[in-house]
Design a protein around this ligand. Structure first.
Ligand SMILES: Nc1ncnc2c1ncn2[C@@H]1O[C@H](COP(=O)(O)OP(=O)(O)O)[C@@H](O)[C@H]1O
Ligand SMILES: [Mg+2]
Length: 386
């Protein structure tokens, strides 16, 4: 049984770490074996919990990725992989020294460790405090796209090998094709695919944390659209630092009014997702006691650890592909077909989808974006042109 995986993301400073830590302490207090990890390199989980990493409360384990150590452990694989991808893109002359700063590398590595934890069978619940704006979750769609290209380009058995050509060429000459030929880069690629499978799987969901401010809300809406585009289930929104009504002064009254308006807007934008409200507390919620209280207020009567109830954002049948794109505007959604691939663009985000054989044989007969769902209809008859 896979552990329940809960990811928390949102703009910087809105309360991701607090919400993640509160959810984890709540899980542990209910007797679930809980692991809380941060993929954000600014480690503040330990500060929020006011503890050192390790077993921080009964049933609650805080894991802090030792970036230096894990970077050393995975660096070779990572460089190999990057070099392979770059050469695939025709940038052969990029030298390994130039691949010292890969965007998101540290977070990716933290996610690879996460996969090892998920497999271990030790945890009922894994809570992940993600870096801001879900950048890395989007990055994880990259191997999906690459995998497709590589699988199509190469005969079975040689599949991922060419992707990491510079390294593999040497190895392949001396060993027979098979598992043992799997290069470091290939292992890394597989690892990324598995992380993605885990995070888009039936037991995983993302919670968007925001504060009731217009800029934050706008960004949260875009994040919701892009997470859906890339196949992640979002199962809740957390509105944090909400001023409780009351008090007589003008300053307070104005904030309460503005936040009330924005909360109503959020409810509307994110429906049918629940919007959980956390009040602006009189003090920073630090330590397991304070965090458990936040957790209890946060979810009220609902069960935050139940498997996600909603279907996956991407659904395919024999003649239709449906993709949830909540909040997307018709003007910014674009669809292109290239052979067996469907390229879906929503604003600045793009996903390359491999069509299953049944759909790939058919031609697109129509597409509509209605009520936040993109529906692409396929009809018999092969695609002519593109
Ligand atoms: N509801 C709240 N009331 C009061 N302080 C809060 C609340 N939520 C978070 N904080 C405090 O705000 C700061 C930022 O929260 P944090 O969870 O670290 O944000 P993020 O991880 O999104 O950057 C922390 O000092 C935290 O203790
Ligand atoms: Mg944080």
């Amino acid at each position: 049984m896979d552990p329940r995986v809960l990811l928390f993301t949102g703009k910087g400073g809105v309360g991701k770490t607090t919400a993640a830590a509160a959810t984890a302490t709540l899980a542990a207090s209910k007797g679930m074996k809980t692991l809380v990890v941060s993929t954000d390199t600014a480690h503040s989980l330990a500060d929020a919990l006011a503890v050192e990493p390790g077993e921080v409360a009964p049933g609650l384990h805080l894991h802090q990725v030792d970036t230096q150590r894990t970077l050393e452990r995975h660096w070779g694989e990572l460089q190999d992989y990057a070099r392979g991808v770059l050469s695939e893109l025709g940038l052969d002359e990029v030298t390994s020294e130039e691949i010292t700063v890969l965007p998101g590398a540290e977070e990716i590595i933290a996610l690879l460790e996460l996969r090892e934890h998920a497999r271990s069978g030790r945890w009922d619940v894994i809570v992940v405090d993600c870096a801001p704006t879900a950048e890395t979750l989007r990055l994880l769609a990259l191997p999906e796209a690459l995998d497709w290209h590589v699988n199509r380009l190469l005969p079975v058995g040689r599949r991922l090998v060419r992707l990491v050509a510079p390294f593999v060429r040497g190895v392949a000459r001396v060993s027979a094709p098979g598992e043992e030929v799997m290069s470091a880069g290939e292992r890394f690629h597989r690892g990324l695919m598995e992380v993605r499978e885990l995070l888009t799987g039936d037991q995983a969901s993302v919670r968007l944390v925001l504060t009731p401010e217009s800029v934050v809300l706008a960004e949260a809406r875009r994040t919701l659209t892009s997470l859906n585009l890339y196949g992640y289930r979002v199962d809740g929104v957390i509105a944090n630092r909400v001023f409780p009504p009351g008090g007589a002064d003008e300053w307070r009254a104005q904030w309460v009014a503005a936040q009330t308006r924005l909360l109503a807007e959020a409810e509307q934008s994110f429906a049918p997702l629940p919007v959980h409200v956390v009040p602006y507390l009189p003090a920073e919620p630090v330590g397991t006691q304070a965090l458990t209280e936040v957790g209890e207020r946060l979810y009220g009567e609902s069960d935050p650890f139940a498997p996600p109830a909603s279907p996956p954002p991407l659904r395919m049948s024999a003649d239709e592909l449906a993709l949830d794109l909540p909040g997307a505007d018709r003007a910014e959604v674009d669809l292109a077909r290239k052979g067996d691939e469907l390229i879906v663009t929503a604003g600045p985000y793009r996903r390359i989808l491999a069509l299953p054989v049944a759909l790939a044989r058919r031609k697109i007969s129509g597409a509509v974006l209605r009520d936040g769902v993109l529906r692409v209809a396929f009809s018999p008859g092969s695609e002519s042109g593109s």
